[in-house]
Design a protein around this ligand. Structure first.
Ligand code: MLT
Length: 249
């Protein structure tokens, strides 16, 4: 299996992902929110590229069937029911509903990767399920970190590094690209304290200044949400976990 890592979602175009198995990582917080919403019974999460697309998606759905959630620069979008905190999406708020999700970097990155052969969403909370899926799938992999407004994010790069570490049994993949090397090296430097690294990251500090320290802690927890969101027909749904896989035993 070959693997390539993009450190910002803005660096990727259609040809980079075509025929590939792609993992989009937006640890703070889109990946974590999508996994949490599906885990708590959302029928689907529909990622929107921007405000206009979110509006169009909503206009085509029965108003009782969906909830609009999303943020700009971390703050809930005015007029939306929810923001992008994974902790908002409980069984009571999202069970049985479709979540239309519109975020600064995460959902546009997912939309940009929509022509991949397989597209899954990963974070620390479902890392092992992502690794198991990639191992079984066996295709070449492209890991796309959403980053922040065309910049690299520590938390997404760290998670990409952990995924490489998990897939190659603790070794750096041989012949990996510079971006793979950067991600792997970052992980080996920070692995002893992932929550601390997220608290020190630029977006972690931004969220904590908004009073969202609980989100940062949740997004840093490893293998706590046993759901693999997969993209198909313009939406994310939870991939059924094969019986042979005991989630996080
Ligand atoms: C993003 O798309 O950049 C985010 O997930 C930001 C956030 O919710 O804090």
């Amino acid at each position: 299996m070959e693997v390539e890592v993009y450190l910002s979602g803005y660096h990727v175009d259609e040809d980079d992902v075509r025929d590939k198995t792609v993992v989009v990582i937006d640890v703070l917080r889109t990946s974590t929110t999508a996994a949490a919403a599906l885990h708590n019974g959302a029928r689907a999460v529909v990622p929107a590229a921007d405000m206009a697309e979110a509006g169009k998606i909503a206009a085509n759905l029965d108003p009782t069937s969906y909830t609009l959630g999303g943020e700009r620069s971390g703050l809930k979008i005015e007029g939306y029911r929810f923001g992008n905190s994974p902790l908002e999406y409980t069984r009571d708020t999202i069970g049985g509903k479709t979540l239309i999700l519109n975020t600064t970097n995460g959902t546009p990155t997912i939309r940009r990767c929509r022509h991949a052969a397989n597209l899954v969403i990963g974070g620390f909370v479902n890392l092992r399920l992502v690794a198991d899926f990639l191992r079984d799938d066996g295709h070449d992999v492209v890991i796309v970190c959403a980053g922040w407004r065309n910049r690299v994010s520590l938390e997404d790069t760290l998670c990409a590094g952990m995924l490489l570490h998990e897939l190659w049994g603790g070794f750096e993949p041989s012949g990996t690209s510079d971006t793979g090397h950067i991600a792997f090296t970052l992980f080996t430097n920070e692995e002893a304290d992932i929550p601390g690294a997220l608290r020190r990251s630029t977006h972690g500090r931004r969220l904590m200044a908004m009073g969202r320290a609980d989100d940062v802690a949740f997004c840093a927890s490893v293998d706590t949400v046993p759901v693999l969101p997969v993209y198909g027909e313009s939406r994310l749904t939870a991939r059924e976990i094969p019986e042979s896989v005991v989630p996080f035993a």
